[in-house]
Design a protein around this ligand. Structure first.
Ligand code: TMP
Length: 204
């Protein structure tokens, strides 16, 4: 039985999501609010192996194979990590979840969005986040922020990233209760304040 609170974070590569999640975790810890940070792909042992393949496999990967690898990670992670933590009453912060698959494998890779939503429901047994924060960023800016060696998805071009952004914004439009959009075009402090305001509504 779910008792905790499930919060997910989404956005294109380069949107500043990781920095913000770390700040939120720090905020919750400082306020003695019991929380666990996890991520997809790679938030559990099996997922850790799948993440290596998903981000660094060097030969071509079919779109369907990619989709099912992300879904396999999610099935394992939801059943053995997220649900037990929620049952213990924890706040679970998850770096990416169902909306990443709709945005990346659906909108950006051009696969059937309704089918992906159905598959997400299947592998999570319908577990939806209580709150999802999408960090919205201009695609050119996001790409210019990516430093160092790029992984398989980061290497995709501007068109891919524009479709991805459109996907997130459409998802937010069709799920206004759950998904809140914050612009990444602001200072780290201001973005953090907006996140805290949103999260407070769920933890008080
Ligand atoms: P990360 O670098 O934010 O941890 O995410 C890993 C990459 O995997 C990122 O480029 C987004 C991508 N991804 C998908 O394409 N589909 C998914 O379902 C998930 C969870 C991530």
């Amino acid at each position: 039985m779910k008792k905790g609170i499930f919060i997910t974070f989404e956005g294109a590569d380069g949107c500043g999501k990781t920095t913000q999640i770390e700040l939120i975790k720090k905020y919750l810890d400082l306020n003695n609010i019991d929380n666990v940070l996890t991520r997809e792909p790679g938030g559990c042992d099996l997922g850790f192996e799948l993440r290596k393949i998903l981000l660094h496999y060097e030969k071509p990967v079919s779109n369907i194979a990619e989709l099912f690898l992300y879904l396999a990670d999610r099935a394992q992670h939801t059943e053995f990590t997220i649900k037990p933590l929620l049952a213990e009453g924890k706040i679970v912060l998850c770096d990416r979840y169902i909306d990443s698959t709709v945005a990346y494998q659906g909108y950006a890779r051009g696969q059937d969005i309704e089918k992906i939503i159905e598959l997400n429901n299947l592998v999570t047994k319908n577990l939806k986040p209580d709150l999802t924060i999408v960090f919205d960023i201009d695609s050119n800016l996001a790409q210019s922020r990516l430093k160092g060696e790029k992984d398989r998805l980061e290497k995709e071009g501007l068109e891919f990233h524009k479709a991805l952004r459109k996907g997130y914004l459409e998802l937010a439009k069709s799920n206004p209760e759950r998904i809140k959009v914050i612009s990444s075009d602001d200072t780290i402090e201001n973005i953090h304040k907006q996140c805290v305001e949103l999260i407070k509504g769920y933890i008080n």
